[in-house]
Design a protein around this ligand. Structure first.
Ligand code: GLU
Length: 369
């Protein structure tokens, strides 16, 4: 896998590399070197999203608490203290490299529910277009056991999926996947690349979990499964050195998990695989011709709407002679769609008093049949 070929990169930072294992303090020099790495990537036209752990570890350190013995309510409270300290540390380090950052706190539903994941996707897209680096963490303050990702490896893979990123780098304190658990095995070797997560790969997973982070190799492999299904390359690499991304760029050994499709192909496959579309749009010939040329579906070309659906639901697109042309995710609910069909996109805000987007179905959310 060549990092040069990627466009949108998610970097996941584990607590184990952000904090000094002895003093428990944030490793500021390392964070500065990461900011330099991000600058290096942006100079090469890469879009960067960061998923960072560390809210609970930072809060526990600030409040002089032992995070190992904290119960859920304490974790929730302490994370809200740590998260602002964490973000201000990121802001300082990134501003020194002229990079603007934003904070995004997600709960499980924000990526698991299609409607909410579309909102998160749009926000991330907009931030990236503005040249801002989103820094994502789980919203630990309201997350409880049943409604949480639980670890940021899985969160990062979901973020990569909803943002159609083509690369996810998990920075941890191990060099990658070994042929056996490195803590107790002899004669072990680093696996440079994986094309399929089969039983042999599952067997190589050790159960070791670091002092600070929640994950281990098990959650990393789960993240790799999600990433591969979403067409995203995933690297497990040791991030505890300075400028870890640059060194990965220069070919430092790690484990790459290689998908066999692109993020867009994976997204379209996911849409096309929907069994029960809940509505239908009938469009005119002009709109049908535009779709074939790769355009989005605008309200002006829509003649009729059937079914009851919400924004984000899967709907069919048919020609006026009732031939199925495509399937896609609704940009507006059926009620809103009925009000704006036949109108120009710049009239949407006037008609509805709000406007999510100018398309009835965005081309990234549409599969032609
Ligand atoms: N969200 C947690 C935090 O910021 C970390 C979860 C993890 O270590 O994977 O403290």
């Amino acid at each position: 896998m060549k990092l040069e070929d990627t466009k949108r990169i998610v970097i996941k930072i584990g607590s184990a590399i952000l904090f000094d294992p002895i003093s428990g303090s944030l490793n500021k020099d390392w964070l500065n070197s990461l900011a330099e790495d991000v600058k290096f990537l942006r100079e090469r036209e890469k879009e960067v999203i960061i998923v960072s752990s560390g809210a609970i570890a930072m809060g526990a350190k600030d409040l002089n608490l032992d995070m190992k013995n904290m119960k859920l309510d304490m974790n929730q409270a302490v994370s809200s203290v740590g998260q602002i300290h964490l973000m201000s540390s990121f802001k300082n380090a990134f501003e020194q490299n002229e990079i603007k950052i934003s904070q995004i706190l997600l709960t499980l539903d924000d990526t698991e529910q299609r409607r909410r994941s579309i909102n998160a996707r749009r926000t991330i897209d907009t931030l990236l277009k503005l040249g801002i680096v989103p820094i994502v963490n789980e919203n630990d303050t309201i997350a409880t056991t049943e409604i949480r990702y639980g670890d940021n490896d899985r969160l990062a893979s979901r973020v990569a999926q909803i943002s159609s990123s083509d690369c996810l780098i998990l920075l941890s304190n191990i060099n990658g996947l070994y042929s056996a658990d490195p803590t107790n095995g002899e004669d072990i070797k680093l696996i440079p690349s994986v094309n399929e997560i089969d039983q042999d790969i599952e067997k190589m997973i050790g159960e070791s979990i670091s002092k600070y982070g929640k994950g281990g190799m098990k959650t990393k492999i789960q993240a790799a499964k999600t990433a591969m299904l979403s067409g995203c390359h995933l690297a497990i690499t040791n991030g505890s050195i300075m400028k870890p991304i640059r060194s990965l760029f220069e070919g430092r050994p790690c484990t790459w998990f290689e998908p066999n499709k692109s993020p867009m192909a994976a997204r379209k496959q996911w849409i096309a695989g929907t069994m029960n579309p809940v509505g239908k749009l009938v469009i005119d010939q002009g709109a049908a011709d535009a779709l074939k040329k790769g355009s989005s579906l605008l309200p002006a070309g829509v003649k009729m709407i059937e079914g009851v659906f919400e924004r984000g639901d899967v709907i069919e697109v048919c020609s006026e002679d009732n031939k199925k042309i495509g399937i896609g995710l609704a940009g507006y609910s059926s009620t809103a769609s009925k009000s704006i069909m036949g109108h120009k996109s710049d009239e949407i805000a006037n008609i509805l008093s709000y406007s999510y987007r100018e398309e009835m179905i965005h081309k990234d959310d549409l599969v032609l049949l």
